[in-house]
Design a protein around this ligand. Sequence first.
Ligand code: SAH
Ligand code: SF4
Ligand code: F3S
Length: 456
Amino acid sequence: MPKGTKFYLHVFGCQMNVYDADRLRSALVNRGWVEVPEDTAKVIVFVTCSIREKAEQKVLSALGRHGRSRSRASRPLVAVIGCMAQRMGEELMRRFPWVSLVAGPRHLGLVPEALDDALRNGRRHLLLDANAREVIDLDEIPIVRSNPYKAYVTIAHGCDNFCTYCIVPYVRGRFRSRRPEDVIYEVEHLVKSGVLEVTLVGQNVNSYGRDLKGYGFPRLLEDVASIPGLVRLRFTTSHPRDFTDDLIEVMARVESICPSVNLPIQSGSDRILRLMNRGYTVAEYAAKVERLRDALPQLGLTSDLIVGFPTESDEDFRASLRALEVFRFDQVHTASYSPREGTPAARMTGQIPEETKRERLCAVNALQSEIALEINKGLVGKECEILLDGFAPKGEGLLQGRTVTDKVVIVPGGANCLGKFALVKLVRAEHWCLHGEILSLRAFPLREREVRDRAG
Ligand code: SAH
Ligand code: SF4
Ligand code: F3S
């Protein structure tokens, strides 16, 4: 590979893409390439997402801009990888002649060599596969990450749930657990390289091990949590149907597992949940939440919700609003239903007009912001501990960190505080974050009990 090649990664989508991008970045840096800002890059890689039409449109317009922005000679080599590459591969090659490489998420392992070949020989590569079971993975530990203190580690590829609205099973392929020893080896390396917080990721982490003999997610969680030097362990996303009591028991017992869960409900109407093929009712969901809150009084609980699924009536929609009021989530990722070609829901009759979807989205967002603000206001005046992991998105001299319950806290501070645990006093609440002041800093966290006693 030509050493010193300047590259830029543009990452869209979920944490699985962040993980893939971190591994690709590590692979390229290990081969002597250098990461630079976008405008000076010789190679630009888009790591893409297909979850909603909007996610794809962002990439399409960025690709369009590229073709026009620079003269042919100075134009960077453009590669498109990830879920959208898998979904639209050939069309991308046709529409954007300046795209040199398109590779689906199950072909990540071939990307570094293909980039090299495209650069040296000017050949175009289309790396897609028809076999949803095959994964040509990139055997690389994500040592060079977008964030030095925290890392994502994918524990399973693909998804077999086939929720009727969702494109993921089609683009990421069949569910396959990574071997526990590979996950553990990787986390050990990450911890040695300075990582303090690891998030295990998968589209349904709770079904981890279904294809391994007698080794399930609770066991993996406990084994990873016992790696010396790992301070915080998180996981996402959890499927409500597969969230077991064993898992709740491990979470309650093992201190380094953070008491925070993302448990997507998707709708508050049993009729819609059935049409979505989610495999649970609102009452079953409520029973899981109750068990979680009983076992983990501190629990931070977030969720995902779709509005405007085909045939969603006013009554179904009101049931979703009610669910927000009943469960009082700390945060909800809301989305307006976006038909994805090839999925069963896209073919259903009773598609909801855009205007209605927009109104419903505004209504859930307004209600959820109110709830989140109330919850956060209740924390003002208390103390909590955060891991300072980056600069705040806005405002000079501000850092941000997260509590064990996954709340964002913004504090005044300098770069020298990054990577440290701060005991903070919470002074002001917004719906999406809290503002605080640092009381003390340390390299290692307080024991959970000490923090809980302070937080009251
Ligand atoms: N595996 C996770 C979610 C993966 S996708 C789960 O089972 O919940 C992330 C979120 O995107 C979903 O929770 C859902 O709320 C949203 N989403 C997925 N497909 C969508 C679609 N077609 N339209 C709108 N939102 C969608
Ligand atoms: Fe999509 Fe459902 Fe799989 Fe989540 S569980 S990735 S929503 S098919
Ligand atoms: Fe998007 Fe693929 Fe993740 S479709 S949400 S990047 S698995």
